[in-house]
Design a protein around this ligand. Structure first.
Ligand code: N01
Length: 530
């Protein structure tokens, strides 16, 4: 089997944030906190540290500007499927969202403006990749190698995110394809699809946005569907000028809108996590969406999933089904057997000639190659540790064996129903609280206790058993190689907020600085402080 290479061409250069980052002459080689990743999570952490008066930090970002997944996913039709009044920072409401579900460029622009406004760009090192991060127990520091030299830090923050490493299909002959081929998150804007025969592999959240956006331009479109997704109507609309003005000038109005969206979505947790039967109403609605938009019985059958709604991410689109009914669009449900120089061949032997292939096959979520680079106290990488027992952390934030390291949204912090920005801000609270505790108690190191991590994850996996993601009869990227859901938070998000409000020192082993002014850090092992 062969694999297609990742094409890294997608990012459109930024007008604003590229202009500013750490001046080369002033790059610090040791910082208090080193943050990997400058997406929604890394930026939130940088802003919080700055607000707390901590300027001894650095954000290392492999892209050329802030934005992470919103910088990378520039494919046609890219937009958020969580309303923007909720999918934005609580401390930075934006009254000017153009519509309820903002397009990618608008979110990216929001992130650029926010980074400028909170004056954190001079703490970012762009176009720099972390190649390894190793905990040094003797020095009580992280030793970080990057493509721009070595750094050390007291605390390491992983704000890498789950949807950044494209998963490429392992299909026979795919690397022999002679036409254009690229992953949805690495869109090649130099490529001209107009008038071409195009194939999309995959029918997930990315594909249902890409398909309708390119269908009318291309000569022919083949959509390769392995598993039919549930698709609901997209209740999107443009905001009027008076509405935006009201959001801007009426105190509390935007906050109220945000609260209404938040609680409207939080109710869904009852169905996802506690009583999946509640979601059957939503499934009937999705079935009616198919009936209304597709007349052909064969096609209706082909797009109707055989698993319960909610088991995988629920997609929203008003133009996916109408697109599939167009004469020049074909939904291919037979599996792909091989790719040739100019064609895709399905298992039934049909050869479909194609000029370009869009690979919309998702991301490495539970097996990210990024975890291989981070090595803990015993020299083993996160990848090695997590391959053994599945990816897990205490409160999604800390991993035993990896001292002084916190995630901003790690394992089991993902959501299927609401805004990840809410989870990000919860974890940023936890990080800020950890740094306060370190200061207050004069700590050199903290490391979560193995038993606390184990108990936390056992309870979490117990809750997971009753969720729709386990009982809904589907295979999804939420599950890892052991069959456990190590990606989603299985409860109400306000409970996660409460859980991460303060750093609970009792769950950690700590060491104190005997002499806080001593740079060499003489360490005294303690058995917990709180
Ligand atoms: O990826 P996916 P995505 N041969 O993993 C198929 C977020 N997101 O990029 O279902 C053939 O969902 C796979 O088939 P199957 C959001 O959280 C948000 O679309 O595994 N097909 C599936 O159909 C989302 O969940 C937004 O059987 C193969 C598709 O490829 C996450 O990103 C927009 C295959 C992959 O779907 C990922 O979405 C976009 C193979 N070898 C993304 N391998 C918004 O906010 C995989 N597939 C709007």
């Amino acid at each position: 089997m062969t694999q297609v290479a990742i094409r890294r061409t997608a990012t459109k250069p930024s007008s604003r944030s590229e202009a500013k980052s750490v001046p080369s002459a002033e790059i610090p080689r040791h910082v208090g906190v080193l943050i990997i990743g400058g997406g929604f999570a890394g930026l939130a952490a940088a802003i919080r540290l700055t607000k707390d008066g901590r300027r001894d930090f650095l954000v290392i970002e492999r892209g050329s500007e802030v934005g992470g997944t919103w910088r990378d996913n520039t494919y046609p039709g890219a937009a958020c499927d969580v309303p923007s009044h909720l999918y934005s920072y609580s401390f930075e409401p934006n009254p000017n969202w153009s519509r309820s579900f903002s397009p990618q460029w608008e979110i990216q622009d929001y992130l650029r403006r926010t980074a400028v406004k909170y004056d954190v760009l001079d703490k970012h090192l762009f176009d720099t990749e972390v190649t390894s991060a190793q905990w040094d127990d003797g020095a009580a520091r992280w030793m970080i190698q990057t493509t721009r030299g070595a750094f050390t830090s007291d605390v390491l923050v992983s704000a890498i995110g789950a949807l950044c490493e494209p998963a490429l299909p392992d299909i026979e002959g795919i690397d022999t394809f002679q036409g254009e081929i690229f992953h949805s998150s690495r869109w090649n804007h130099a490529s001209e699809l107009r008038g071409k025969r195009v194939a999309i592999i995959g029918t997930g959240a990315s594909a249902v946005q890409i398909g309708p956006a390119i269908a009318d331009e291309v000569a022919h479109l083949d959509v390769y569907q392995r598993t039919a997704p549930w698709v609901m109507p997209r209740r999107d609309r443009a905001y009027s000028k008076p509405e935006s003005l009201a959001y801007k000038h009426v105190p509390g109005l935007q906050w109220l809108a945000r609260q209404a969206i938040y609680w409207g979505r939080e109710v869904l947790v009852l169905g996802f996590a506690f009583q999946p039967k509640i979601l059957l109403g939503a499934q009937r609605m999705a079935e009616r969406h198919i009936q209304k938009q597709i007349e052909d019985d064969e096609l209706r059958k082909a797009v109707t999933p055989n698993w319960q709604i909610g088991c995988k991410r629920i997609l929203i689109s008003n133009d996916w089904y109408p697109m599939l009914t167009k004469d020049h669009v074909e939904l291919v449900t037979d599996g792909i057997a091989e790719v040739r120089e100019n064609a895709i061949v399905t298992r039934d032997g049909t050869v479909r000639e194609v000029d370009a292939i869009v690979v919309a096959t998702g991301f490495h979520v539970t097996d990210s190659p990024g975890w291989e680079a981070i090595k803990g106290a015993d020299g083993r990488s996160l990848g090695e540790v997590w391959r053994e027992r599945g990816q897990q952390a205490y409160k999604g934030a800390a991993v035993a064996g990896f001292p002084n390291m916190l995630f901003v949204v790690g394992p089991n912090t993902g959501l299927g129903h609401s805004s990840m920005v809410y989870m990000i801000e919860s974890h940023v609270n936890y990080l800020a609280s950890a740094l306060e505790e370190m200061d207050e108690h004069g700590l050199a190191t903290f490391e979560v206790r193995e038993d606390r991590q184990r108990d936390y994850n056992q309870n979490l996996q117990k809750s997971m058993k009753q969720t729709i993601w386990t009982t809904g009869g589907c295979a999804s990227w939420y599950l890892d190689a052991h069959g456990n859901n190590t990606t989603l938070w299985p409860s109400f998000t306000f409970l996660f907020r409460r859980l991460t409000r303060t750093f609970d020192l009792a769950a950690y082993r700590t060491t104190a600085r005997t002499d806080r002014s001593d740079a060499a850090l003489t360490l005294v092992r303690e058995e917990g402080v709180a």
